[in-house]
Design a binder for this molecule. Structure first.
Ligand code: CP
Length: 317
């Protein structure tokens, strides 16, 4: 297994099975710190630089919370408009990163341009973690989801997945690559104009992912052990910010997971994930059903970021 020390976490493509398991193992070791709301001094001499060119609630704050739990420090920006990258100068990724590398020991970057964190990693002498790049990937989110599944189901192999939403989304790409390392058949349900691209399907076949497609969640929910939902009503991820118009469409029934659907068609022990934020694809009355696990994902999000930060900064091997 490759060492994590000093490593960029940009993609789950070619992330090896043992590497997933090592992240989850370290997460399990560190989890009591987060669960007991304690702090540990594991990263007390390290600083995280948060470079967020797009809005975020969970990804930025979970990384920052993880750093605080390990007594590290945090600097950075949540809105590029307050930096030279977002004003008259439109400072490049290279010029920005050549500064940021002296302000801390690891960078977490979210950007509206696919590949921006990869560009940052090319120039930075410190590790770069991809916090979501355009339609590209969202590796730490899917590590969070898999960790949640492992904790909830006790295993990852052998579980049937149903993924619902816009297949152009970065989470879906990272999910596809991640499942190439596990024995998990997956069914994708997406609107025709948001389906898997031919290019991505070719990649999934190359990576031996056992996948199929369906038109309606009703066709696939009965056999699912894990139901992962993302919006189909959503912003354009290639924009730095996408304000909501006065009118937004409702999610068609094909892509909605309702309480009635879960009660009548889902396995009683299936689990329902959503990386959030949501629109109406999971109505709020689902929150208190036995299927929902998205609040557990929020907790896992801190634990997994603690593990990743500890690994890339060399506090855990
Ligand atoms: N799941 C996720 O990436 O949420 P944020 O956009 O709030 O970071």
């Amino acid at each position: 297994m490759r060492s994590f020390i000093g490593r960029d976490i940009l993609s789950l493509k070619e992330f090896e099975r043992q590497e997933f398991m090592r992240v989850f193992q370290v997460g399990k070791e560190l989890e009591p710190i987060a669960r007991d709301r304690r702090n540990s001094n594991l990263l007390q001499h390290k600083t995280l630089v948060a470079a967020f060119y797009q809005p975020s609630t969970r990804t930025r704050l979970a990384h920052e919370a993880a750093m605080h739990r390990l007594c590290g420090h945090v600097v950075g920006f949540a809105d590029p408009k307050m930096t030279r990258a977002g004003d008259f100068y439109q400072e490049s990724i290279k010029d920005t990163v050549k500064m940021l590398e002296y302000y801390g020991d690891v960078i977490v970057m979210r950007h509206f341009q696919q590949g921006a964190p990869h560009e940052a990693a090319k120039w930075a002498s410190i590790p770069v973690i991809n916090g979501g790049d355009g339609w590209g990937e969202h590796p730490t989110q899917i590590l969070t989801d898999l960790y949640t599944v492992l904790q909830e189901k006790g295993r990852i192999d052998g579980l049937n997945w149903l993924a619902v939403g816009d297949m152009r989304m970065r989470t879906m790409h990272s999910l596809g690559y991640a499942l190439s390392q596990f024995a998990c058949p997956i069914t994708f349900v997406a609107p025709p104009d948001m389906g898997l691209t031919e290019e991505f399907k070719t990649e999934l076949r190359q990576y031996s992912v056992d996948f199929s497609e369906a038109e309606h969640v009703e066709q696939a929910i009965a056999k699912a052990d894990v139901i992962l939902v993302e919006p189909v009503v959503q912003p354009d991820y290639t924009k730095s910010r996408d304000e909501r118009g006065r009118e937004v469409a409702l999610t068609p029934a094909n892509y909605r997971i309702t309480r009635e659907l879960l009660t009548t068609k889902a396995k009683p022990d299936a689990i329902l994930l959503h990386s959030l934020p949501r629109m109406d694809e999971i109505p709020t009355d689902v929150d208190i059903t036995r299927w929902s696990r998205y609040w557990q994902e929020a907790f896992s999000g801190v634990v997994v970021r603690m593990a990743l930060l500890a690994l890339v900064l060399g506090a855990m091997e």
